[in-house]
Design a protein around this ligand. Structure first.
Ligand SMILES: *Cc1c(COP(=O)(O)O)cnc(C)c1O
Length: 426
């Protein structure tokens, strides 16, 4: 019988044996000892499973990756040093020079930069489409060299909701996987694999950690995408890897293991964006209470959004839990138990009044962060999205008067009182 997500948040990934530590042990070791060179050599050849160097694998990070894999309902998973590394690896693992990505335009600023600029320099091009595009517009974005589709379930900071089924259908019709960043809903509120996503990514820095203490990322493979059926598109998975004596990932590790094994054994080996065992330990502490914290973040988010919506100094509010929000119906479908604690809104007084409002807040603080136990807020146009042109800002759903507030776990009325007094001064 499958256990509830609550029990899995607390216990999945680690089952201690008799006399073992109850808490996940931090294996603070870069390296591992072997009796013979031959025994270690078999690990280098991916012939045996085991640990030899923590850039490739470490027992602590493996335990935490296994928990996240379980929560998302995947076949394999890995941790990375940050959410940026997770999204980079997730795309680059199947989309190299000459490849093309179809991406929702409503995504995190860092991921937009990654796709529009850095991957572009590496010879990977991206066509951005509005998350609200029609099926025909989406279809028209594909090219013969398209290797994947990318989107965020709940976009940071625009809070648009991705119609996962629409994007999955288009990706699959073109023989490529859908990669979705599930950072904001977390698997407590949405499990994208159940809706057709093939690969899921996370910035674990956000709700999963939840205490603002450890940067991290994760990639989860559903095991549902048949690489061999589209072998010509994905030679990296379906043709011999000369750096491992000619193994073919999709043959040796199967549909459920090929993608993550390749990402670890090639990309982590060569780029080295590892999550430390210490950070994985902190992440696991966050995961143990994720199912308790996320509903409370959502409760505060909804209350704040409802308060802002009726306030005369606020010209618009985006919170997909509000009935008036354009994403409400999609949110109800994909996230019936709630969305997240982040609310985006615009002050009627424009950019300056947004800045004055933020400076007057006492409970909420100004930070480049979201999804923390402490309420924080940010002015995207002058911070995370400042490299964007006005046109790009509007495409990404960000206006100059927009404030992004991440409601923490404080008392609901304290948050509302704080916002009310700051609006008086704005
Ligand atoms: C924060 C964030 C990222 C980047 O993650 P880091 O851990 O900061 O590198 C990627 N995607 C989304 C949706 C995010 O919110």
């Amino acid at each position: 019988m499958t256990q509830s997500i609550d029990t899995r948040c607390v216990q999945a990934g680690y089952t201690p044996g008799n006399g073992d530590p109850r808490q996940v042990p931090i294996i603070q070791s870069t390296t591992f000892k072997y009796d013979t060179s031959d025994a270690m050599g078999r690990l280098f050849d991916l012939e045996d499973e085991g640990y030899f160097y923590s850039r490739l694998q470490n027992p602590t990070t493996d335990i935490v990756a296994a928990k996240i894999c379980n929560l998302e309902g995947g076949s394999a998973a890995m941790l990375t040093g940050s959410g940026q590394a997770a999204n980079f690896f997730a795309v680059f693992n199947i989309c190299e020079t000459g490849g093309h990505v179809v991406a929702s335009s409503s995504i995190y600023g860092g991921t937009f930069n990654l796709l529009a600029h850095t991957l572009e320099k590496m010879g990977v091009s991206t066509t951005f489409v509005s998350p609200d595009c029609t099926a025909e517009e989406l279809d028209a974005a594909f090219q013969t060299n398209t290797k994947c589709v990318f989107g965020e379930i709940l976009a940071n900071p625009a809070l648009t909701v991705l119609d996962i089924e629409k994007f999955a259908a288009a990706a699959h019709a073109h023989g490529v996987p859908l990669i979705v960043d599930n950072t904001f809903p977390t698997p407590v509120n949405c499990r994208p694999i159940e809706w057709g996503a093939d690969i899921v990514t996370h910035s674990t820095t956000k709700y999963m950690d939840g205490h603002g203490c450890a940067l991290g990322g994760a990639i989860i493979d559903s095991g549902n995408f048949d690489w061999m059926a589209h072998a010509d598109k994905f030679p990296g998975l379906t043709q011999p890897d000369e750096s491992y004596h000619g193994i073919v990932y999709a043959e040796k590790f199967g549909q459920g293991g090929a993608y993550i094994t390749k990402a670890v054994s090639q990309l982590m080996r060569d780029f080295g964006a590892v999550q430390s065992p210490q950070n994985a330990f902190y992440l696991n502490l966050g995961l143990e209470s994720l199912h308790v914290r996320v509903p409370r973040h959502c409760q505060n988010g909804l209350a704040v959004a409802e308060f802002l919506e009726q306030h005369p100094k606020i010209s618009s509010v985006r919170y997909p839990g509000l009935k008036s929000d354009p994403g409400y119906e999609l949110a109800k479908k994909y996230m019936p138990n709630g969305t997240c604690g982040v609310v985006s809104f615009e002050l009627a007084g424009g950019r300056q009044s947004a800045e004055a409002f933020m400076a007057a807040l006492k409970v909420a603080s100004i930070e480049t962060h979201v999804a923390d136990a402490r309420t924080c807020c940010l002015h995207p146009a002058s911070t995370t999205h400042r490299q964007m042109t006005d046109e790009e800002l509007i495409e990404a759903g960000v206006s100059p008067a927009m404030v992004r507030m991440s409601c923490g776990l404080e008392g609901t009325q304290d948050l509302i009182d704080d916002i009310a007094q700051a609006l008086e001064q704005a």
